[in-house]
Each structure stands twice: as structure tokens, then as C-alpha cells.
Design a protein around this ligand. Structure first.
Ligand SMILES: C[S@@+](CC[C@H](N)C(=O)[O-])C[C@H]1O[C@@H](n2cnc3c(N)ncnc32)[C@H](O)[C@@H]1O
Length: 266
């Protein structure tokens, strides 16, 4: 079942309650690795701000933030969290609301854990708007569901990865015949997934140049073998991959279900 536009209205409370978990600490540490000193000290747009964790981080760094989220309860929560600060502005809206903001008005745009939930071409519209809103050399920091991780899950996502990417070779893709549970899981949590090997090349068309990637949410075993409930973020085990020597860092690209990218406006 695809998470539709009504999903966040019923999921917002649970999401906020789980922010203090190893899952969220791990992905937010990745965001910190993608940031350079000073990124949050200027004019920052926090798109899909959720509970305001990153907007609050902007204020602490001395920056000014415009925090936007499609879910009114998330915006109300962020509003209370940021208090009366004149350096913060919050509003309810989606990609379409970005058109009201002036050209070149941001030094940094954060789109963390939100682009996966866009639908039907909204991500292309988002990138066009982000490139318009950034000043030259401004930074877009995004995180994504990692479609390369699908090769490691040996399940329905693996079947989809082969069909989406390798049918071009001219053969009917039959990888499901090799898997014991090719139909599991029956839920497709996100609408948009990205391939870290292809992402930099894709962004060139928006005048955005990828300068760094980082990975988060590693899995020691394919989730099916662990019988993990993917929605149980509070109890999700997040193994430490920081011990990997330089020659094995590439493994993160397959073991991690999330990646982040730092892009610079050309
Ligand atoms: C997983 S949360 C991430 C929140 C925050 N950025 C973080 O990293 O903790 C996703 C957020 O994106 C918001 N969202 C989903 N679709 C959106 C859209 N089309 N436009 C703006 N916000 C959206 C949801 O309401 C939710 O608050």
C-alpha cells in the first residue's frame, strides 16, 4: 500500500514520539556529516520540517529559517518549538507553496526525509523551485530512500529494482524465480526512491552539482531474515558501520536504506 497524501495526518503523532530513537539519531548524524560550517547560519528553508528538529538547529546556529510542512499539526508543533523568534517563519504548504518565495532568497535548503513522500512529478517541481530559490553557490541538502539497498533485501523490492533497471537489456526479467518470498513485503512505504549511483547525473539538469554523499540506517541482514517490523522505529537495531576500513566503505551503498546528498547551485 502506497503512503498517500493523507498518511501524515494520522502518522504525525507517532513520528514525533519516536524522534528520540537510534533510528533518528543515526539519520540526523548523517545530516550533520553533510553540513559544512556556516551552512545553517544564513537564510535557510526547511522543507518538510516535521517536528522542527532541524529548524531549531538553524536558530541555534544563528540562522533564520522558513519552515514549511504539508501537515498542519507538524507546523503547529514546530511553531511552538521555535517560540516567538523573529528569525523563524512557519507555514503549511507543499511544493506548490514554494512559488511564492523570491528568487535567490536562500543560502541553504534542507529537504530531509521528505522527498520520498512526494507524488506524481512533484519531485521534479521541487528541484526546479529549489534551484530557483537558492543563491549562486547555495546548498541543497537532501536525504532519500536508497534504491540500491533493494538489491540487498532479496524481496519484492529486489524484483522491482531488476524490472525497473535491467529490463532494458531486452530480456523479460525473471529474478523472482530465484527468490523464496518475491511478493514480500506487500507494502510500498515511499513513493520516490533514488539510486545514489545515478543521482548526481540526474541533478545536472536542474543546475545542481552533487559534491558529497553520505549513508545512514545500515542493516546487518536483509530485513526479511530478521522479521523486522519496518514501522517499529523505536526498537530498530542500527548496527555501527563506522568501523569499516576505507577499502570497504562502498558496502554502505548497499547495506544502508537511506542516503543523503549535498548539492551546490551552479
Ligand atoms: C518523515 S517526516 C521528516 C520531518 C523532518 N524533515 C525530519 O527530518 O525529521 C516527513 C515530513 O514531510 C511532510 N510532507 C510529506 N509530504 C509533503 C509535501 N508534499 N510537502 C511538504 N511536506 C510534506 C510530512 O508532513 C512530514 O512532516
Amino acid at each position: 500500500m502506497l503512503r498517500d497524501k493523507t498518511y501524515w495526518a494520522q502518522a504525525a503523532d507517532a513520528y514525533r514520539a519516536e524522534m528520540d530513537s537510534s533510528y533518528h539519531r543515526n539519520r540526523l548524524a548523517m545530516v550533520e556529516r553533510l553540513l559544512n560550517a556556516g551552512d545553517l547560519a544564513g537564510r535557510v528553508l526547511d522543507f518538510g520540517c516535521g517536528d522542527g528538529t532541524l529548524s531549531e538547529r538553524v536558530l541555534a546556529a544563528g540562522g533564520g529559517v522558513v519552515a514549511i510542512d504539508a501537515d498542519p499539526s507538524m507546523v503547529a508543533f514546530t511553531d511552538r518549538r521555535l517560540g516567538e523568534s523573529e528569525a523563524a517563519k512557519t507555514s503549511v504548504g507543499g511544493v506548490e507553496s514554494l512559488k511564492d518565495l523570491p528568487n535567490g532568497s536562500f543560502d541553504t535548503i534542507l529537504a530531509v526525509n521528505v522527498l520520498a513522500y512526494l507524488h506524481g512529478g512533484e519531485d521534479a517541481a521541487f528541484y526546479q523551485e529549489a534551484a530557483r530559490l537558492l543563491r549562486p553557490d547555495g546548498v541543497l541538502l537532501v536525504t532519500h530512500s536508497n534504491s540500491l539497498f533493494d538489491l540487498f533485501t532479496l524481496n519484492a523490492f529486489t524484483v522491482r529494482f531488476f524490472k525497473d533497471n535491467f529490463s532494458v537489456l531486452g530480456h523479460h526479467c525473471r529474478v523472482e524465480a530465484l527468490l523464496t518470498r518475491p511478493d514480500a513485503p506487500d507494502r510500498v512505504p515511499q513513493s520516490v526512491r533514488e539510486n545514489p549511483l545515478a543521482y548526481g547525473a540526474k541533478m545536472v539538469r536542474y543546475d545542481l552539482r552533487e559534491v558529497r554523499q553520505e549513508f545512514a540506517i545500515p542493516h546487518a541482514l536483509p530485513p526479511l531474515l530478521l522479521n523486522e517490523n519496518p514501522d517499529d522505529l523505536a526498537n530498530r537495531e542500527v548496527p555501527d558501520l563506522e568501523f569499516l576500513p576505507e577499502t570497504e566503505v562502498w558496502k554502505k551503498m548497499f547495506l544502508c536504506s537511506v542516503f543523503g546528498s549535498r548539492l551546490v547551485k551552479a
